[in-house]
Design a protein around this ligand. Structure first.
Ligand SMILES: [Zn+2]
Length: 112
C-alpha cells in the first residue's frame, strides 16, 4: 500500500499523491527509528518569519522538511502580527538535504 511520507496516511493502491501534503507517496514508510534520527542543520538566517515561511514552503515543494526557529521568542510560540517581521529566523533542514536546500535558498535569496 502506498503511504504518504509526510503524514503517514495509508492510501489505496494506485494512489500516487497525497493531496494534503502535496507530495508523492512511497511504498513503505521509513523506519520509525530513522525518523527520530534526523540531524538538523541550520541554513542561512532570514530577516523575518515571512521569508522563513516562504523558504519553508519552497523546500517542502521539493520534499524537504524544514523547521523554523526565531531568535526573539520566549514562549516557544510563533509571534504573529506586527512583531513577526522583527526577528531573525533560522531555518533548519535534514542534513541529508542540506546541499539541495542551500541551493534552493540561494536561488530564493536572489529574489528577496
Ligand atoms: Zn500526506
Amino acid at each position: 500500500m502506498p503511504f504518504c511520507p509526510e503524514c503517514s496516511y495509508e492510501y489505496v493502491e494506485g494512489t500516487t499523491f497525497c493531496p494534503d501534503c502535496q507530495c508523492s507517496l512511497v511504498d513503505k514508510l521509513p523506519e520509525q527509528r530513522q525518523e527520530n534520527n534526523i540531524e538538523l542543520v541550520a541554513l542561512h538566517s532570514l530577516p523575518g518569519i515571512v521569508y522563513a515561511e516562504m523558504v519553508k514552503e519552497a523546500l517542502e515543494k521539493e520534499g524537504i522538511k524544514s523547521v523554523i526557529q526565531t531568535d526573539n521568542l520566549s514562549s516557544g510560540l510563533l509571534i504573529k502580527g506586527s512583531d513577526a517581521a522583527g526577528g531573525v529566523c533560522k531555518i533548519f533542514v535534514d542534513k541529508r538535504y542540506q546541499k539541495k536546500a542551500a541551493s534552493i535558498l540561494n536561488t530564493m535569496m536572489d529574489h528577496i
